[in-house]
Design a protein around this ligand. Structure first.
Ligand SMILES: Cc1cc2nc3c(=O)[nH]c(=O)nc-3n(C[C@H](O)[C@H](O)[C@H](O)COP(=O)(O)OP(=O)(O)OC[C@H]3O[C@@H](n4cnc5c(N)ncnc54)[C@H](O)[C@@H]3O)c2cc1C
Length: 327
C-alpha cells in the first residue's frame, strides 16, 4: 500500500481532529490480531461518520469502516489509510418497532427488545459486534437472521451521494450476504419490526438458553473471529453425492440444505491443527483461536491449509466468512 504523505495526514487531522495515528488494530478485533491503522477515528453520530468518510475522499486516502471488529482479519502490516469505528449506539423502542444506530451493540438490541416485551430478536443475544456489522453480513444463528427482523435500513450511498431508506427487499439479504457486501454503502442504522411477546418470561429464558448453548459449543473464552468459513449451501444434489462418497452426511444437514463448515473441517481431521499461535479449535472446527501472539500471516496460512485439505479430501470449496482488511 502506498504510504500516506505527511500532507495527507495533516489535512485529514485538520478536518477530523479526534483522529489518532498508528492505532494497533489487535486492540480492536476479537481475533486480537492486526498491525496499526495509520489513522484511526471513532465516530459517535451518523453525521460525523459521513464527515470522516468525506474527509478521506477529499484528502484522497483509503478508508475502512468497522463496528465491533468481531468478523475481521487485519493484516500484520496494518492499514495505510483511516480506519473509522462506528460508536453511535442509540436504540429506541416504539410499539413493536426497534430503531438501532449502526454502532448499537447487537446483543444490547436483543436484550432491549426482550425487556420491552418484544419477540423475534432473541437469537441475536450471542452475536458479538454491532448492528452495522450484523446488517452487512446478514448475521444469524439459532434459526434467526437479520433478514427476518429488518423492516428498513438507513444508509448513505457512496456512488450517488444520497441518503436512502432501503426496504428489506432492497437489502438483498442472503446467507451471510447483503447488498452492502456488493455496493458501497455506509450503514447508518435500521428499523426492526418485531412482535409483542405472548410470553415475556419465555423470551427472557430464551436469551439465557442461547447463551448457555453457545458456551457449550463454542470456544468463547478464546480470541477468535467466530466462524472463519461460511457453511456450504448445496442446491445441486450432485454436490451432496460427491461428498457422500467420502463421508456420511448427517440427515439434519441434508434436510437443511447446508453442510456445516465446522463439521467438514472435523471430518478432514483438522481439529487442533496449529500454525504458529493459531489453531483450529478442538471445540468447534470453524473457529480458529489465537493462543496470544498469533500473526495474521499464520491465520492466512491455516485458512489456506484447511481449504486445501477440505477440497482434496471432501471435494468441497470452503469460502471465507471473515473479512480481510489491509491485504
Ligand atoms: C465468538 C463469536 C461468535 C460469533 N457468532 C456469530 C453468529 O452466531 N452468527 C453470525 O452471523 N456471526 C457471528 N460472529 C461473527 C460476527 O460477530 C458477526 O459477523 C457480527 O455481526 C459482526 O459485527 P461487527 O460489528 O463486529 O462487524 P465488524 O467485524 O466490525 O465488520 C464486519 C464487516 O461489516 C462492515 N461494516 C461494519 N459496520 C458497517 C457499517 N456501518 N456500514 C457498512 N459496513 C459496515 C465492515 O466493513 C466489515 O466488512 C461471531 C463472532 C465471534 C467472535
Amino acid at each position: 500500500m502506498t504510504p500516506l504523505t505527511q500532507e495527507q495526514i495533516t489535512a485529514y487531522k485538520a478536518k477530523m481532529p479526534a483522529t489518532v495515528e498508528q492505532e494497533p488494530m489487535a486492540k480492536h478485533t476479537s481475533f486480537r490480531v492486526g498491525g496499526s491503522a495509520r489513522l484511526y477515528v471513532v465516530v459517535h453520530s451518523s453525521s460525523t461518520l459521513l464527515e470522516a468518510v468525506e474527509a478521506a475522499l477529499a484528502v484522497g486516502i483509503p478508508f475502512y469502516l468497522y463496528g465491533g471488529g468481531s468478523n475481521l482479519l487485519v493484516s500484520d502490516d496494518g492499514f495505510e489509510g483511516v480506519i473509522i469505528q462506528t460508536a453511535h449506539r442509540g436504540i429506541e423502542v416504539k410499539d413493536t418497532n426497534v430503531s438501532a444506530e449502526a454502532g448499537a451493540i447487537t446483543a444490547m438490541v436483543a436484550r432491549t427488545s426482550v425487556e420491552a416485551g418484544l419477540t423475534g430478536f432473541e437469537w441475536a443475544i450471542g452475536v458479538p459486534g454491532t448492528i452495522g456489522g450484523a446488517l452487512y453480513g446478514n448475521a444469524g444463528c439459532y434459526g434467526g437472521e437479520m433478514k427476518d427482523a429488518v423492516e428498513s435500513v438507513d444508509a448513505f450511498n457512496l456512488e450517488t451521494k444520497e441518503h436512502v431508506r432501503l426496504t428489506n427487499a432492497d437489502c438483498q439479504f442472503g446467507y451471510r450476504n447483503s447488498l452492502f457486501k456488493n455496493k458501497p454503502y455506509l450503514i447508518l442504522g435500521c428499523q426492526l419490526a418485531l412482535k409483542v411477546s405472548p410470553d415475556a418470561a419465555a423470551s427472557k429464558a430464551r436469551l439465557e438458553e442461547i447463551m448457555g448453548k453457545r458456551k457449550d459449543s463454542q470456544p468463547l473464552g478464546q480470541s477468535s473471529a467466530g466462524c472463519v468459513f461460511k457453511n456450504v449451501e448445496f442446491s445441486d444434489p450432485k454436490e451432496l453425492e460427491i461428498l457422500s462418497r467420502s463421508v456420511e452426511v448427517p440427515e439434519a444437514m441434508k434436510a437443511s440444505g447446508k453442510i456445516s463448515a465446522g463439521w467438514l473441517i472435523d471430518q478432514a481431521g483438522l481439529l487442533g491443527k496449529t500454525i504458529g499461535e493459531v489453531s483450529v479449535s478442538k471445540k468447534h472446527g470453524n473457529f480458529f483461536v489465537n493462543a496470544g501472539q498469533a500473526r495474521a500471516q499464520d491465520i492466512l496460512a491455516l485458512i489456506s491449509l484447511v481449504k486445501m485439505k477440505v477440497r482434496d479430501d471432501l471435494g468441497i470449496e470452503l469460502q471465507e466468512e471473515v473479512q480481510y482488511v489491509g491485504f
